[in-house]
Design a protein around this ligand. Structure first.
Ligand code: PEP
Ligand code: MG
Length: 592
């Protein structure tokens, strides 16, 4: 299709990582816009000049990063993003500096060239690492190298220099650049690289800028000043849209904004059905920076803090103080009635940063989560001690992941109480009402739920893993996603058993897998009488709306009918038809 100005219209599909729609002008962002030149120094006399130039650029980069950090703190009232701290650390890294200076001296080359050689050297080292996540961390070193290079070439920070609003198109963006975008009020961005869990995506969500990543070659297909639409919800980018397309997307954008506003109204009220059945609503977070969004979107507590994220990007294991300061940011915080801290779930598709651990890991069914903690008890105790100390400041729930047998929960509890008693003996305050819970995400845990119930105060169903283990479907393998079915009768029966067993033993039952945040499943979960749903904070308003407009009675009737079907496909069709009819506005606008 060709628009009025003769430019070809086309649509690119990527991964929507931060929802919302924006229409604007593209701005191609090349971190090497500064034009890197490579040359040999005319004579050795110039070496010390060149080294000074490099050090001055280091200082300038540090200043800029600190500025971003401070502006973020002022603007968002958030703790500065830890990723920026990582970049600050790289700037000060002795090996990075020494290698670059050595290249300048030994090869008599300019600083830009020396930086490039240092990055190449790091890349060689990282390429040898087997672990994909660690391999990807080269990007942080590259970002820092690019920043210094920009400063060597006159200090133009391209993102900062974008006048007014625009949509950034880039091969990849550093988290610091993304944070800078919030300060500059950039409208949205689209990149060649990246996935849902890349740091840049996480930052984009935290700063609420619509974004699509993983477009592979958008930088080759779009030019600065092209008209562009970013649909961060659908993961689409429309380039050179025709007037009709702009009209349609303008409508969608308005609709999205009104819907967000409307949903926020539901967010402030509790999730109580019309016949007075109340569900507690938690937010799932990976970073403490997400707490303000969780509160503003209606989270009443934190239902899942994925603490393994504390371990990423670290050269060494986090200290007790680091753990503690993270937990203090969610325990006893205004607006949050409880904080559920899940002990770290490293392994499987989760990342870890200590290369020593990498060799130990098997994917998914390996030495992950609680299994790993019970092997590395000292490391586990550091985290438990910090959780116990934080519990003195507010309602704390501790939760153990991937428990498959009774010994694991008993042993985890034993270690926790040992740590807690030791703190008490030393006069260090700890909370006296800490609740202990277990994630139900392995089928064996469902089968022995009655036994596990004797050990804990609450269950939290982790459907992401439970479904993958129950249906034998790798949750990250796109070739079998068609079989990943939360409405599979086997999955529904497993969930029903957990809730029924939990309730008859007087144990609260929460759900914190992705299923809990999917509006289409909410009435089924209500019918099962779930006590708490915890989800990605942005999903909360819609879920609350469905609960507030339903009744327990009709949910039970729906569930009863659904439980008579033997086919997942039939259940899916029935549930979606029901929900479409019951909430026409809700389900039509979302295309589900
Ligand atoms: C789950 O498995 O459902 C869960 C919430 O844990 P995670 O997604 O972190 O594995
Ligand atoms: Mg899990």
């Amino acid at each position: 299709m060709v628009d009025d100005a003769g430019k070809r219209s086309f649509v690119l599909k990527g991964i929507g990582v931060s929802p919302g729609i924006v229409i604007g002008k593209a701005h191609l962002f090349d971190p090497f816009d500064a034009r890197v030149s490579f040359y040999r120094l005319r004579d050795k006399e110039l070496i010390s000049e060149e080294t000074k130039r490099f050090k001055a650029a280091l200082k300038e980069s540090e200043k800029q990063l600190l500025e971003v950090k401070n502006r973020l703190r002022e603007l968002a009232g958030q703790e500065p993003l830890y990723i920026i701290d990582v970049h600050l650390l790289i700037l000060k890294d002795k090996m990075f500096i020494n290698h670059t200076v050595k290249y300048i001296k030994d090869l008599c080359i300019n600083a830009e060239w020396a930086i490039k050689m240092t990055i190449d050297r790091y890349r060689e080292i990282f390429d040898k690492v087997e672990d994909e996540y660690l391999k990807g961390r080269i990007s942080d070193i590259r970002y820092v190298g690019q920043m210094i290079t920009r400063n060597l070439a006159g200090g133009k920070d391209v993102v900062r220099d974008i006048a007014g609003k625009g949509i950034i198109i880039a091969a990849d963006l550093s988290p610091a650049d993304t944070a800078q975008m919030m300060i500059n009020k950039v409208q949205g961005f689209a990149t060649d690289m990246g996935g849902k869990t890349s740091h840049t995506a996480i930052v984009a969500r935290a700063v609420e800028i619509p974004a699509v990543v993983g477009l592979e070659s958008i930088t080759k297909m779009v030019r600065t000043n092209d008209d562009i639409i970013i649909d961060g919800s659908a993961g689409l980018v429309v380039v050179n849209p025709d007037p009709e397309m702009i009209r349609v997307y303008d409508d969608k954008r308005r609709h999205f904004e009104i819907a967000q506003e409307n949903f926020l109204k539901y967010a402030r009220l509790p999730a109580v059905t019309k016949d007075n059945y109340r569900v507690d609503i938690g937010g799932n977070i990976e970073f403490i920076e997400e707490v303000p969004t969780a509160v503003s979107h209606g989270a009443e507590g934190i239902g899942l803090y994925r603490t393994e994220f504390i371990y990423i990007n670290k050269g060494q294991l986090p200290t007790e103080e680091e753990h503690f300061s993270n937990y203090r940011s969610i325990v006893g915080v205004e607006g949050l009635n409880w904080a559920t801290i899940r002990t770290f779930d490293l392994g499987g598709d989760k990342f870890y940063s200590d290369p020593k651990l990498a060799k130990e890991m098997n994917p998914q069914m390996g030495l992950r989560a609680i299994r790993f903690c019970l092997k590395e008890v000292d490391m586990f105790k550091v985290q438990l001690r910090a959780i116990a100390r934080a519990s003195a400041f507010g309602k704390t729930r501790i939760m153990f992941p991937m428990v498959s047998g009774i010994e694991e929960i008993r042993e985890a509890k034993r270690i926790f109480f040992e740590v807690k008693d030791d703190l008490v003996a030393r006069g260090i305050p700890v909370g006296d009402d800490i609740e202990i819970g277990v994630m139900i995400e392995v089928p064996s845990a469902v089968i022995i739920a009655d036994e596990l119930a004797k050990e804990v105060d609450f269950f939290s169903i982790g459907t992401n893993d439970l479904i993958q283990y129950a249906l034998a479907i790798d949750r990250i393998n796109e070739r079998v996603t068609y079989l990943y079915e939360p409405l599979h009768p086997a999955v529904l029966r497993l969930i029903k058993r957990v809730i029924d067993v939990g309730h008859s033993a007087g144990v609260r039952v929460a759900m914190c897998g992705e299923m809990a945040g999917e509006p289409a499943y909410i009435m089924i979960l209500l019918g099962l009488e779930i006590d708490e749903l915890s989800m990605n904070p942005l999903a909360i308003p819609r879920v609350k709306k469905i609960i507030q407009e339903s009744t327990l009675k009709e949910s039970k009737a729906l569930l009863e009918k659904v439980m008579t079907f033997s086919s997942a496909a039939v259940i899916r069709e029935f549930v979606y038809n029901y929900m479409r009819e019951r909430f026409p506005e809700e389900f039509q606008t979302n295309g589900t």
